[in-house]
Design a protein around this ligand. Structure first.
Ligand code: NAD
Ligand code: DAU
Length: 370
């Protein structure tokens, strides 16, 4: 039976990848013409300002019959509220981005990572299992739960080798352990209850709307402001970078054509040592705002390493390429330039984050609906 993919609950839609997913789904490219219900509890990382244009075009202002975008300010751990949303919007698809996502924060305070990433995922899976039950106790097969995960569940690589879908899990940080746990729960719900689940493990995303605690936006902002550029350890850790739109294109493809019970790796085939990536970023940023490259390079500061810092991630994404015909569209040069330009020309978005003003956005724009 074909998947409905009509009323889609996007969890974490106010975060970096989730908001880009919603923009992608409402673009002509996706071909999607259903509804999106964004469920997000607006933690420090959630920013509805990133979706202002979507809200204007498809949200509250539309006539009821034309409306295609809804926002629910709800914690994924709240069973009652999630059950209500599933019923209210007749949800047939869940794509689950919501998470605590920053490794450094997980080292400082792991508890919320366990709550949201483990308990929250469990809650969503269990609510979906109940809501999607047929009268005979079996589960509908026109529905889908797509779980978003990370390459960090596989651990750390030495100089050679790649993570494949069969690489054993070996998470090292509280963040990656909580994600690994959520992956196992998602797969357990497929095997035990036959819940239609697909799963994807992706490498480092970059692009617009990323919270400026992550490497690339943090460095772009620090360059702009003449601040030091903190590089952890020797700067030789390697990450595999993927433009966020290419990731979301892959996610939508899996949701449409991926086999239930299967997991897919998504990567950029684009490995960079942190320090080399920073040099490249400095070149592009300096060109954009006419700064002296050598002066800016002097602000690089090698700082104490992240505890348990994974050395290298590299994804083998041949499965999704071969089975679903996905390939990345945006070259790294293009993507990096687009990203730098975006942060430099969206000062208001950034300044609102720096000043904390962004958290008032919901008050200012949704206050009348309370
Ligand atoms: P993010 O931190 O930018 O956004 C997370 C969103 O989830 C925020 O809007 C936040 O408000 C929301 N949220 C957090 N806790 C919640 C809760 N209890 N209930 C409801 N909403 C809650 O994260 P991101 O970078 O967009 O990552 C999205 C997903 O992709 C995560 O599952 C992450 O593990 C995964 N992932 C991220 C990357 C990356 O490079 N950023 C790479 C691979 C996988
Ligand atoms: O691999 C996918 C993962 O990528 C996702 O699952 C995570 O949600 C996402 O946060 C990201 O994790 P990383 O730890 O790789 O991303 P981060 O931007 O924090 O760091 C990237 C690399 O840069 C990492 O090796 C640490 C280093 N770093 C980071 C910061 C913030 C620095 O050297 N200095 C910094 O200030």
């Amino acid at each position: 039976m074909k998947r409905k993919l009509t009323n889609i609950m996007v969890t974490g839609g106010a975060g970096f990848i989730g908001c880009n997913f919603i923009h992608f789904m409402f673009s002509n490219e996706s071909g999607f013409n259903g509804k999106i219900i964004n469920v997000d509890s607006l933690t420090y990382a959630g920013n509805l300002e990133s979706l202002a244009s979507i809200e204007d075009k498809f949200g509250n202002a539309c006539m009821t019959q034309n409306r295609r975008y809804y926002f629910e300010n709800v914690d994924i751990c709240n069973r009652d509220s999630i059950e209500k949303i599933l019923k209210k919007y007749e949800i047939d698809t869940i794509v689950h981005f919501a998470a605590e996502s920053h490794v450094d924060r997980s080292i400082l305070g792991p508890e919320t990572f366990i709550k949201t990433n483990v308990m929250g995922t469990f809650n969503l899976l269990d609510c979906a299992r109940n809501y999607w039950k047929n009268n005979d106790g079996s589960i509908r097969n026109d529905v889908l739960f797509h779980h978003i995960s990370t390459d960090e569940v596989y651990g750390s690589l030495e100089e050679t080798g790649y993570f494949t879908e069969t690489t054993p899990y070996d998470p090292r940080s509280p963040y990656s352990s909580s994600k690994a746990s959520s992956d196992h729960l998602a797969m357990a719900y497929f095997h035990t209850y036959n819940l239609p689940v697909t799963l994807s493990n992706c490498s480092n995303n970059y692009g617009p709307y990323q919270f400026p605690e992550k490497l690339l936006p943090l460095m772009i902002m620090n360059i702009r402001e003449g601040k030091n550029l903190p590089v952890y350890g020797d700067g030789k850790n390697i990450r595999d970078w993927l433009y966020v739109e290419d990731h979301n294109r892959a996610v939508w493809l899996i949701m449409k054509d991926g086999k239930k019970g299967e997991k897919y790796n998504i990567g950029g085939e684009n490995e960079w040592e942190n320090i080399k990536l920073l040099h490249k970023l400095i070149e592009i940023t300096c060109k954009e705002i006419s700064l002296n490259i050598n002066d800016v390079k002097q602000t690089i500061q090698f700082v104490k390493d992240r505890p348990g810092h994974d050395r290298r991630y590299a994804i083998d994404c041949s499965k999704i390429k071969k089975e679903l015909g996905w390939k990345r569209k945006v070259t790294f040069e293009e993507g990096l330039e687009k990203t730098v330009k975006w942060y430099l020309s969206n000062e208001k978005w950034i300044n609102n984050i720096l000043s904390g003003e962004y958290s008032k956005w919901i008050e200012n724009n949704y206050g009348d609906r309370k």
